[in-house]
Write a protein that binds this ligand. Structure first.
Ligand code: DAT
Ligand code: MG
Length: 138
């Protein structure tokens, strides 16, 4: 079964959107197999976003995701990575379609409410960054 990491970012957690976002993902048939709330340290934030190291927005991104606690979730299901990316919508909420999480709740390209792994390979790496084996249920 495919797995993927979802993060509910500070803007969404602060506005009380955790339940709504989880519900939208569960409605797609995805099963939650791990969940925790955590305040990311900068080292983990930099690892998560290592691919963006050279981008102009990297520091803002790391500062933002480690600013206040977030919710980390592992979802499992058929084509979980793709289903989550579709349910999230485009990176920039201004371009994300209505009915997607980012389209409906995202504030701007930085504060876009959710993170979802972008490929099956990335997903496995990201799941391991956030969860130990015994924290994930089958
Ligand atoms: P996604 O989160 O859709 O996978 P990404 O991997 O390209 O998008 O970028 C990671 C995060 O970085 C994204 O959720 C928000 C931020 N970001 C991306 N492009 C940005 C930009 N041009 N300016 C500011 N922040 C940006
Ligand atoms: Mg990405």
């Amino acid at each position: 079964m495919e797995r993927s990491l979802v993060l509910i970012k500070p803007d969404a957690r602060q506005r009380g959107l955790v339940g709504t976002i989880i519900t939208r993902l569960e409605r797609q048939g995805l099963k939650m197999v791990a969940i925790k709330m955590l305040h990311l340290d900068r080292v983990l934030a930099q690892q998560l976003y290592a691919i963006h190291r050279d981008k102009s927005f990297f520091d803002d991104l790391v500062n933002y995701i480690s600013s206040t606690p977030i919710i980390a979730i592992v979802f499992a299901g058929e084509k979980a990575v793709e289903v989550i990316r579709k349910t999230m919508g485009a990176t920039d909420p201004a371009r994300a379609e209505a009915g997607t999480i980012r389209g409906d709740f995202g504030l701007d390209i930085g504060r876009n409410s959710v993170h979802g792994s972008d490929s099956v390979e990335t997903a496995e790496k990201e799941v391991k960054l956030f969860f130990s084996k015994d924290e994930i249920y089958t």
